[in-house]
Design a protein around this ligand. Sequence first.
Ligand SMILES: [Zn+2]
Length: 413
Amino acid sequence: MSGTSPLRQEIVIMPPEIRDVGSEVQLLFAVDGLTEKSLWFTVEREFAGFIANRLDAALVALLPAAMYLKRDIYLKGDVSEDLMFNVNHYVVPLLVAAMPGVGRVRATAANQVSASSHNVGHGVFTGLSCGIDSFATVHDYLLSDTVPDGLQITHFLFNEVGGHGSSRQQRTKELFEVRLEASKTVAALLGRPLIRVTSNVDFFYSNPFRQTHTLRNAAVAHALAGGARHFLYSSSYPYSSIHPEPFPTSAKIDPILLPLLSTTGLTCHSAGAGYSRLEKMAIVSKIATAAEHLDVCTRGHPNCGSCFKCARTIFSLELLGQLDRFSGLFSIEAYRKAEAGYLAHVRSAEYSHPVLGELRRASEQSSRVLNAKDHIRIGLARILRRVIGRWRFAGSWRLHEAYRRLTNFSASE
Ligand SMILES: [Zn+2]
């Protein structure tokens, strides 16, 4: 059933150790069979009571690492029985279908346990990146009148699990601290505590963060399952784009994957997949806190105005007639220089594109008048996209490069 050779080394993860590290408390699992000798998560002392004393977090964090190496996992301690069941029956096959480069593995444990009062919290936790998806979750699960009491956000998370760049780089640590301060300000405005979580989970991966981001962040929720009853993970894609097929980001399977990472004590939700990108943008554009603190940039902090996420946000806000409210958050001058290229990037995308298709339709229906240069650039971009999509050959990087020179954006963004 496991499909792995009995001669292949099994990955062994030891029971959790909880120890003091300065002003923080660390949850640590010794690991045998992977590149690092231990996996750890660290939180400030005031949240130490949330730490869950079982192996669930390690299983969720390291499952893809095992699957890249095609090695089984043995958990030498207590693991939630429903998580183990779901991992072996559903999560592994789902990741095989959707995550390029992984193989089937099997997880076994010394002791499978049911939810206990020790590990069942009452909190509703969600990340606070201050991006569009994050603010849409804040709207639905905190600001909206319709959210049930049991699902109202009680705590925000701010995680260092590789999402700010490689955890080995000093620049990543600096960017994390800068963004942390910004998120703390927003959390205070929203009246909820923010939990700072750092981890070395990124050290186990050489693949891009976006392939495994869902599991890395869900692992943090499991690490704090002593305080969390619900974990809301803001989705990037609408339901119409959800397909378990090989794709560079696990976001495409979030609404399928997250419920499978739940236990009796912790329910994991994909939040926001009911909205299209423009619908989300329209919701967020009405939030006063977002108009002062929206942070979408892929390059750093504050928003550069010209990376693909900044350009997409400004382009969308302009379509919605809401850019004035947000213009102080972006370098609009940088955007105006990138605008013609981004217009071609949007208008050359297929209507079926999960994000750009909707923007293309809205842009074509807007009153925007195109000049001759715009038409030529859009026409060339469409030809390049078509050739890139149909023919994959050794020299196709030249086509990607030509597309980038024409639009200043990547054909795959
Ligand atoms: Zn940017």
